[in-house]
Design a binder for this molecule. Structure first.
Ligand SMILES: [Zn+2]
Length: 161
């Protein structure tokens, strides 16, 4: 079993405060049959974690898990608040494993469209994301009208990041 969302890294968000707490969580997950934990610490205004910190803590935790013979592997991830993601440079999003939202690997028109909506809501120019949504599915009914309204109604005070 793979847990794709957990706050298991110590001391960087509202998860365990110490690595002993992380080991307790991992022990319980292991007993329940989990073999892989994707650590998804918060990345938001309160917890502005970065990829280097997450990678270091994942490495330290995996070393301790091996030493304690807990059969579980921790992999790096992040729970990035949309309010933080919209202002991050694409390279920083990609570092955190969110290449899709960075526009590097567009997946679905919905993802791009909602990224555009989030940008417009934050006063950031949504047009590049919306253009990608249209390119991904030019036949989606209503998308062009919605895109036009979004682009004209948003008061774009900042360029897209
Ligand atoms: Zn979470």
């Amino acid at each position: 079993m793979i847990d794709l969302h957990c706050h298991v890294l110590p001391g960087i968000d509202d998860g365990p405060e110490t690595i002993e707490g992380s080991l307790s969580l991992a022990r319980a997950a292991s007993a329940g049959g989990t073999r892989t934990l994707v650590a998804t610490p918060h990345v938001n205004l309160r917890y502005p974690n970065d990829a280097a910190t997450i990678a270091r803590l994942v490495g330290e935790l995996n070393e301790r898990l091996a030493a304690e013979r807990i059969a579980i592997e921790v992999r790096p991830g992040a729970e990035i608040a949309l309010t933080s993601a919209i202002n991050m440079a694409p390279a920083r999003l990609a570092e955190l494993g969110l290449a899709q939202a960075a526009g590097l690997e567009p997946h679905s028109w919905e993802d791009q469209f909602w990224l555009g909506v989030a940008r417009a809501a934050a006063g950031v120019d949504p047009r590049a994301a919306v253009a990608r949504a249209i390119a991904l599915d030019p036949l989606e009914p209503g998308l062009r009208n919605a895109a036009r309204r979004l682009a004209s109604s948003s008061r774009c005070s900042r360029p897209p990041s």
